[in-house]
Design a protein around this ligand. Structure first.
Ligand SMILES: Nc1nc2c(ncn2[C@@H]2O[C@H](COP(=O)(O)OP(=O)(O)OP(=O)(O)O)[C@@H](O)[C@H]2O)c(=O)[nH]1
Ligand SMILES: [Mg+2]
Length: 458
């Protein structure tokens, strides 16, 4: 069975619940928070664990085979048994897809083995988050559990700074002026930004002026406010789901300043695409930096996706995109990922280049589903947002990918991004590994940001 990450169901995604989810086991409704899920969670988690183990058992022969095949290549990811897209070695005029030996141009991907399956606190927390969204334990994928744990870990520092102090402030009756200032300060320190902070405070004040809430309920209400902000673009016309449409060409242009994680993100997206059963292709349209093509080719090898590139020096990136679209159309590719430069001689050149690439896409693939995604480095906080405005005009942005949430980033920047840019966050990255990027869910993000560590165990 192909687990489609792009179409994964999560709370408030607006997707039809699966028939199974309509008669859920003992789980709270999707609107609740993970923290209230404790009573039924242990059973839910046990069932999920057993189902995952049973699936692992039944898939074992395939896994052994692929492991042996890929042993020699430390960067290779076990390929989905049903990744139906064969890597073509045929070259087009500009294709340089021959399996070059892997060069240490990028740091070798950390090959941590999957953590052992334990019914520990992290598993229970992930289970609570999934159950709270109406998910059935039998349908949960192991990678969902590990991803949620990773996200929670990544946001751990921000969460610990926020939650403890917030609880102390909001649990004390109507918000005093001092309390409001203290919350404001906490939010600003978490990189939430001035505008989003103002909104959050206004909403909190209205509620807490009306009734005195115990700390738990006040935090639950705060979570609701944050989810509303993160989901607002969906009220303004953006589709909730950023899944590529099956059976047709989707082109995703990946833009952003240098070093934010564009190429890494392309590799991770290509991995999700093949794992989810899409035919995928990468266009190496960063022709400015000499090593860029090699870097993206390594990611192509890791994700088993062909890379269309032009070996010449200083070649025109728009020409690479032109060729890549031709190749994609000829091969029935469903997702074409376009890597772009993050730095040129100057900013004006970079924007001109992006506009030109965009024009080529519109002209050559008018029928394609186009997403123009801006990659932002979460560790840059508010500085990253200023850069974003410039890109918005040149690349007709449709969404944001927030990377490096595993590092020193303060998770609150996600709220600032949506509030300031009016764009939805589509994916988030929390690590350098191939599995460390997943579709964004406001529900899961807010839980990872604001659930106190004691909640699941309670
Ligand atoms: N910790 C962490 N590092 C990341 C993440 N995403 C990317 N990186 C790292 O960020 C660095 C830059 O990533 P690239 O993908 O090369 O960035 P880029 O935007 O393509 O850079 P240019 O091609 O120079 O414009 C690399 O060392 C990546 O491993 C993430 O989610 N977490
Ligand atoms: Mg790059």
């Amino acid at each position: 069975m192909v687990f489609n990450w792009f179409r994964r169901k999560f709370g408030g995604s607006g997707e039809e619940p699966s028939p199974a989810a309509e008669s859920p086991t003992e789980v709270p409704p999707a609107e609740s928070t993970a923290s209230t899920a404790s009573p039924g969670i242990l059973n839910w988690a046990k069932t999920a664990l057993q189902s995952i183990q049973a699936r692992q058992q039944s898939q074992r022969p395939t896994t052994v085979e692929t492991t042996e095949e890929t042993q020699e290549t430390p960067t290779a990811e076990p390929v989905a048994a049903d990744a139906s897209f064969p890597v073509s070695t045929e070259s087009t005029e500009t294709a340089v897809a021959e399996p070059a030996p892997i060069q240490p141009l990028v740091e070798a991907e950390p090959r941590e083995p999957d953590p052992p399956l334990l019914l520990d606190e992290g598993f229970l927390w992930s289970a609570a988050v999934l159950a709270a969204q109406g998910r059935r334990p039998e349908e949960v994928d192991l990678e969902e559990i590990t991803w949620l744990q990773r996200l929670r870990q990544g946001l751990g520092k921000t969460r610990r700074g926020l939650v403890h102090q917030l609880r102390a402030i909001v649990g004390q009756g109507p918000l005093s002026r001092d309390a409001v200032e203290a919350i404001e300060m906490l939010l600003l320190q978490a990189d939430v930004g001035v505008k989003a902070t103002e909104q959050i405070i206004a909403a909190l004040q209205t509620k807490i002026r009306q009734e005195t809430l115990p700390a738990d309920q006040a935090i639950a209400y705060l979570k609701e406010i944050l989810r509303d902000i993160l989901d607002r673009p969906f009220q303004q016309g953006y589709r909730r789901n950023c899944a590529p449409k099956k059976g047709t060409l989707n082109i995703w242009l990946i833009a952003g300043v240098n070093g934010v994680g564009k190429t890494t993100t392309i590799g991770k997206l290509a991995h999700i695409a093949t794992q989810s059963g899409y035919r995928c292709l990468i266009a190496a349209a960063d022709t400015f930096r000499a090593a860029a093509t090699e870097q993206v080719k390594i990611w192509g090898q890791r994700s088993n996706v062909e890379v269309i590139a032009n070996p010449g020096k200083n070649t025109d990136p728009a020409a690479v995109v032109f060729d890549a679209i031709g190749a994609a159309q000829a091969r029935g590719t469903e997702l074409l990922l376009v890597d772009t430069a993050g730095r040129l001689q100057n900013k004006a050149n970079l924007m001109e280049e992006l506009k030109k690439i965009r024009r080529i896409i519109d002209k050559r693939a008018g029928d394609a589903q186009i997403e123009s995604l801006l990659v932002l480095d979460a560790t840059l906080g508010q500085n990253g947002l200023r850069q974003a405005q410039v890109f918005a005009e040149a690349a007709q942005l449709t969404g944001v990918i927030l990377t490096k949430l595993d590092g020193t980033a303060k998770g609150g920047v996600a709220l600032a991004v949506v509030q300031e840019l009016g764009l939805p966050i589509r994916f988030i990255g929390a690590g350098e590994g191939i599995k460390d990027l997943r579709p964004f869910s406001s529900f899961e993000f807010v839980e990872a940001l604001l659930s106190s560590d004691a909640e699941v165990a309670a």
